[in-house]
Design a protein around this ligand. Structure first.
Ligand code: CAA
Length: 697
């Protein structure tokens, strides 16, 4: 018998226990063991089979690590059909997360029972594939077409109660899976219950599948798997037989399995988990954090305080004036009211979080007991150093002192204290209680356990924490500044901002750089440009239309006008601002630029090449440790489409030699901006990919 599946006989019932930690993924050994278990039960004259998982879960799905490798028999679809075809009564007893292929094994069983806390789902579309072991054929036969379409195209997890309500499972029972499974099976045997194969049930009803397909494609912003899954469910309703439906599902599954998007999404899945695992932190205990301080109650400070309160930390927020105190409290209350409305917290919790858990004060002495403090004040070195001087004076020994700066040198900030080993950068993204990214910036003297504390806090706040070294803009903003510049250059040379935004959203970003500028406030970037102007390299091309727009008082959404005009308010999306074309024409005239046409493909290519090139510099300089660190920053902080896995995964998929060749070609026009990253040149010369670096190759 296979090690991954234990076989036990209890009277007439054969019990198959999965023991493949951590999540009982359906790897080759598990599949072999299940097949052998069913065969043995049949040959030994058992009357029924119970399948359940040891440890924290029933099967959480196919073994994703096997994707892309040559498949080995028995394949999961055949195994599911074999389970379903068994003359014995097969019962699955579920707990934990029965996902993907796991739920498909359960759907191939004849009866399903689950503990109340069990979660289920067919999340395959989130990995760029679709349920390929009969899930798209069996789920609609149980839950109906509409419910199945919704569950499969979103890939969402649902609870046991919903599964029971929709007819996906037969019973919910408190207890341990083995016992409830055995009791239920005995009951079925005693009652003479029939074998009940979902594949033998009538086909589900047809709906307007073309309409669902179109709507799903649009919602996916270019992601193919959810829309393709619609076609598979369509086959459940329309194919001439269950087997024909399975065949169609298989063909569509194989198509997706071979797609770049599947590679991108699986890269994202593993990178999301790998990004916070730093070898240097192994065995290093983070410091305890129960109480957190926040300096500054603007949008960022209030967002950080909200995020901390929501995970059970107490917060002391410092503002400069009584008015500032009231405004900060109001912002936090507003954020928490949002959480209350969405049902994330109860009224009692709201009262507790805004009451005893939160202190807002003008007195730094209130910080005496906090374990970690995050400064989120105005982005100015003098101001930050003054704040850190005060933190040094008021915080207890061992408290972690963090700055939320987005650009400034953390070493210089740390030098304003007598304890630079306790200083770290924690760069949140606005709104901080919503955005998932946290850049953990390591300064020269940051102690290892302070870094560990930053990562532990990130985990507690449910953020994706990424380690960054020090440079202007750290990982994310540094790269963004470069691709935004590339966008401005193509506009100066003849493309329109709207063409750029469209090319970028068609690629899968939620917004283009100009719409994004309007949202963030053009004045913010204008201030940064003014700050950098004196030290700018004379060889740098400087488009002026951006400043001209700001000089006219148009800062984007907050003034009702920027690159777009927002007559219906920000939510209306805005229409192109006609003055922008005039400003661009003026800029071109003053700089002697003869505008030319750009195809959408070229616009996008330049944007992406600039992003990849700067990302390669960030990795090459050691600011980011691995290419996947950059990928996760861009995915979770900048709206990079997940189905491409991140800019460096995208680059691998496109081919690094082609990207380098294009960068060199662009350098003929502007060899200052388009300087190829040495790491990119090296990888091309060695015939390697960014992913090779992720794997330590
Ligand atoms: N295959 C291989 N490894 C998996 C895995 C899978 N399906 N699911 C999780 N793991 C690994 C994780 O990579 C992680 O490994 P490390 O500890 O080495 O990093 C470990 O299991 C624990 O996972 P998490 O850290 O995510 O643990 P969690 O408790 O937070 O979450 C989970 C558990 C809900 C199962 C989550 O891991 C998850 O959502 N997994 C993916 C489930 C999924 O998408 N299943 C469908 C697979 S596709 C399929 O089944 C289609 C088919 O028919 C071919």
């Amino acid at each position: 018998m296979s090690e991954a599946i234990a076989y036990e006989r209890v009277g007439d019932v054969a019990v198959l226990k999965a023991q493949n930690p951590p999540v009982n993924a359906l790897g080759i050994d598990v599949r072999k063991g299940l097949l052998a278990g069913i065969e043995r039960a049949e040959s030994e004259g058992a009357k029924a089979v119970v399948i359940y998982g040891e440890g924290k879960t029933y099967f959480a799905g196919a073994d994703i690590r096997e994707f892309g490798r040559p498949p080995q028999e028995p394949y999961l679809p055949g195994l599911c059909s074999r389970i379903e075809a068994s003359p014995l009564i097969v019962v699955s007893a579920m707990h934990g997360t029965a996902l993907g292929g796991g739920l498909e094994v359960a759907l191939s069983s004849h009866y399903r029972i689950a503990v109340p806390s069990a979660k289920m789902g067919l999340p395959e579309v989130n990995l760029g594939i679709l349920p390929g072991a009969g899930g798209t054929q069996r789920l609609p036969r149980l839950a109906g077409t509409e419910a199945a379409l919704e569950m499969i195209t979103t890939g969402r997890h649902f609870g046991a109660a919903e599964a029971l309500d929709k007819g996906i499972i037969d019973r919910i029972e408190e207890g341990v899976p083995r016992e409830i499974g055995l009791a239920y099976t005995q009951e079925l045997l005693d009652a003479g219950a029939p074998r009940r194969a979902v594949g033998e049930m009538p086909a589900p009803e047809a709906v307007d599948f073309d309409a669902v397909y179109e709507a799903t494609l649009k919602k996916g912003r270019g992601q193919l798997s959810p829309a393709t899954a619609v076609r598979a469910v369509q086959a459940a309703a329309e194919a001439e037989s269950f087997e024909a439906g399975l065949k169609r599902e298989r063909a569509l599954f194989t198509e997706l399995m071979e797609s770049d998007q599947r590679q991108g999404l699986i890269h994202a899945f593993f990178s999301e988990r790998a990004v916070s695992k730093l070898p240097e932190l192994e065995g290093i205990e983070p410091r305890e954090v129960a109480a957190m301080g926040v300096i500054g109650g603007g949008t960022m400070g209030a967002g950080i305080a909200t995020a901390a309160l929501l995970v059970g930390l107490s917060v002391v927020l410092i503002e400069m004036t009584d008015e500032g105190v009231a405004a900060a409290r109001g912002r936090i209350q507003g954020n928490l009211q949002g959480a209350l409305k969405r049902g994330k917290i109860t009224q009692v919790q709201y009262d507790q979080l805004t009451g005893e858990a939160l202190t807002v004060s003008t007195d730094y002495a209130a910080l005496g007991k906090v374990d970690l403090v995050v400064e989120a004040v105005f982005e100015d070195m003098g101001v930050k150093r003054e704040v850190f001087g005060k933190l040094d004076a008021h915080c207890k020994p061992g408290a972690v002192l963090a700055t939320n700066t987005s650009y400034l040198d953390v070493d210089e900030i740390a030098a304003a204290t007598s304890r630079p080993q306790d200083v770290i950068g924690l760069h949140f993204f606005s709104p901080a209680h919503v955005m998932k990214l946290l850049e953990v910036v390591v300064a020269e003297k940051t102690a290892p356990e302070v870094l560990a504390t930053g990562f532990a806090l990130g985990k507690r706040l449910k953020k994706v924490a990424v380690r960054s070294g020090i440079c202007d803009g750290f990982i994310g903003n540094r790269i963004m500044n470069v691709y935004r510049k590339a966008a401005e250059y193509v506009v100066l040379d003849g493309a329109s901002p709207y063409q750029v935004d469209k090319a970028v959203t068609t690629f899968g970003f939620p917004m283009g750089p100009f719409a994004m500028g309007d949202l963030a406030g053009l004045d913010i970037n204008w201030a940064a440009r003014k700050r950098r102007a004196p030290t700018r390299d004379p060889r740098e091309r400087v488009p002026r239309f951006y400043e001209m727009l700001c000089e006219g008082g148009d800062f984007g959404q907050k003034t009702g006008k920027g690159f777009y005009v927002y007559e219906d308010g920000p939510r209306g999306g805005g229409v192109p601002n006609p003055q922008v074309a005039e400003l661009i024409a003026k800029d071109q005239e003053q700089q002697g630029v003869a505008p030319r046409e750009f195809s959408d493909a070229e616009v996008l290519r330049r944007y992406m090449c600039a992003m990849v090139n700067e990302a390669a510099k960030v990795v090459g300089e050691g600011i980011a440790r691995r290419p996947l660190d950059v990928d996760m920053v861009m995915l979770f902080g900048y709206g990079f489409p997940r189905f491409w896995g991140g800019p460096l995964k995208w680059a691998d998929l496109q081919g690094l030699d082609g990207i380098l060749a294009d960068i060199r070609a662009y350098a003929v026009e502007d060899d200052f901006f388009w300087q190829p990253a040495p790491l990119l040149e090296q990888l091309v010369a060695d015939g390697k990919s960014f992913d090779d670096l992720n794997k330590g190759a």
